[in-house]
Design a protein around this ligand. Structure first.
Ligand code: MLT
Length: 239
């Protein structure tokens, strides 16, 4: 039996007991989907950092640096936050440092709060992640990155999809109403997630920035069997 709690926004993380639990950080559009892609495409590790200055320091230590603010690539960085930028061989055997508006901050917050593992949540490897959580058999927090502390649809929807998979294993003890909420949301949207998410605020934001292709990609299920999780400060393949 796995205890599961969904935290709908990083602003609510202080209410959760994180220590020694597995925390799945969810930033579907796009940070945690980009992290999973980078590792799958051969990056040796990904380090989530909060600030532009921290990334610039890591560049001097040999990291490729990537990031965005408000969806725009950070000036002077090697890459933005598009998963497609991880696919051109640039990252093979390289260490990547990534800083984003919301997602990477949740990764560092979960780590500082004492998570057992911090996992990058993504539709791209949802089945592998569910299986890993089942096998590890620890209490789980699903931490939705949202947008600047506000709740968003795509991260909540993924939390519902992952909860449903864990529920199918018959291994779930629901700790709070937020889990019921995301399960209901997922039921409503499951038939056509892409269509459902066209109303999401970040979907609209990224559409205006011409990132349509990124969004279609990030909603693809089970392209990878790689699970990406954090050991110390770096994220690696953990299965
Ligand atoms: C974030 O961390 O806020 C996102 O990944 C933003 C984005 O889509 O680049």
């Amino acid at each position: 039996m796995i205890d599961i709690e969904v935290v709908l926004s990083p602003a609510l993380l202080h209410l959760a007991e994180v220590k020694n639990k597995n925390v799945v950080v969810i930033d579907i559009l796009r940070a945690t989907s980009t992290i999973c892609t980078a590792i799958h495409e051969g990056a040796s590790s990904v380090r989530a950092v909060d600030s532009i200055d921290e990334a610039l320091i890591l560049r001097n230590q040999g990291y490729v640096i990537a990031g965005e603010r408000n969806g725009h690539k950070i000036e002077g960085f090697d890459m933005g936050n598009s998963p497609f930028e991880c696919m051109n061989g640039l990252l093979t055997d390289k260490k990547l440092a990534l800083t984003t508006t919301n997602g990477t901050k949740c990764i560092t917050a979960a780590m500082i709060a004492g998570a057992s593992h911090v996992i990058a949540g993504s539709f791209l490897n949802i089945d592998a992640t569910a299986n890993w959580l089942k096998t590890d058999n620890k209490a789980v927090i699903l931490l939705c990155a949202g947008w600047k502390d506000k709740v968003n649809l795509e991260d909540s929807l993924y939390a519902g999809a992952l909860s449903k998979k864990l529920l199918n294993f018959n291994q779930l003890k629901l700790e709070c109403d937020s889990t019921f909420m995301v399960l209901d949301l997922y039921e409503k949207a499951a038939n056509n997630i892409s269509e459902y998410l066209t109303k999401s605020s970040h979907y609209q934001r990224l559409s205006h920035l011409h990132h349509q292709e990124d969004m279609e990609y990030c909603l693809t299920e089970n392209k990878f069997t790689t699970v990406v999780g954090q050991k110390n400060v770096e994220m690696f393949k953990i299965n």
